[in-house]
Write a protein that binds this ligand. Structure first.
Ligand code: CTP
Ligand code: MG
Length: 231
């Protein structure tokens, strides 16, 4: 039997690049906030036993209302947001008592996930220290500095990394202990584990699993969600 899988869903950013008055996680697509599309998948998934959303102080009340409105009964605890994404995740980790659980971290800003993607990530953990999902980048990626091209990276060795990302609670928690007090900004959770020498493997992500970052992403996500809803 698999250990308990707890989904941590950080939603405590401010969505600066999205540029609306509200945090993009609460922006509505087809009448539902972005984060609810993802939370409902976890609520329905037989692979997930508990969900811990992370809300900032300004969004806490709105967040609690949503949890109730959409009957998300797997939400038993809510973590307070941190200054950086990594601290939001750490605040959620600190609420977990069962040290033998597995954590699956998923950005609230990625509303187009499905059960198959969750399963692919969980299935690959095995003896590894972590799993990220990712896709090959479609563009050519160049390293630049001040608008000048330094070099062209070989696409063969580049992966565009998404969430979900999966770890054993103990591995992630130990990796976070090691970076305590360090001033490095980690843009994903695997980077925290990599920093302490952990081995991370890549599961097949999905081009549909986009992160809502700028307003045009919301238009694309809406068409993907519509297609799923029409099925
Ligand atoms: N996030 C978080 N706590 C933070 C920063 C980000 O929980 N201190 C969450 C966001 O709410 C989002 C996810 O992490 O669901 C991915 O981050 P990102 O796309 O960068 O979102 P924002 O930080 O909100 O956006 P921006 O960087 O444009 O301000
Ligand atoms: Mg951000």
């Amino acid at each position: 039997m698999r250990a308990d899988v707890i989904a941590i869903v950080p939603a405590a950013g401010s969505g600066e690049r999205f540029g609306h008055d509200i945090n993009k996680a609460f922006f509505e697509i087809l009448g539902k906030p972005v984060l609810i599309w993802a939370l409902e998948i976890f609520q329905r998934s037989s692979l997930i036993s508990e969900i811990i959303p992370v809300f900032s102080t300004v969004d806490m009340e709105r967040g609690l209302e949503m949890i109730e409105k959409y009957s998300l009964s797997k939400v038993k605890k809510i973590a307070p947001g941190g200054e950086e994404r990594q601290f939001s995740v750490l605040n959620a980790l600190n609420l977990i008592d069962n040290s033998s659980s597995i954590v699956l971290i998923h950005d609230a800003a990625r509303p187009v996930i499905d059960e198959a993607l969750i399963k692919r990530c969980l299935d690959m953990l095995g003896k590894n220290d972590g799993v990220v999902c990712g896709v090959p980048p479609k563009d050519t990626i160049k390293e630049t500095e001040g608008g000048i091209v330094k070099r062209t990276l070989n696409r063969k060795y580049i992966t565009s990394v998404q969430t979900p990302q999966v770890f054993r609670f103990k591995t992630l928690s130990n990796a976070f202990s090691k970076i305590k007090g360090e001033k490095i900004e980690f843009t994903d959770d695997a980077a925290v584990v990599e920093h302490s020498g952990g081995s991370i493997v890549v599961a097949e992500g999905s081009y549909r699993n986009i992160k809502i970052t700028t307003p045009d992403d919301a238009i694309i996500a809406e068409s993907f969600i519509k297609e799923l809803e029409d099925k």
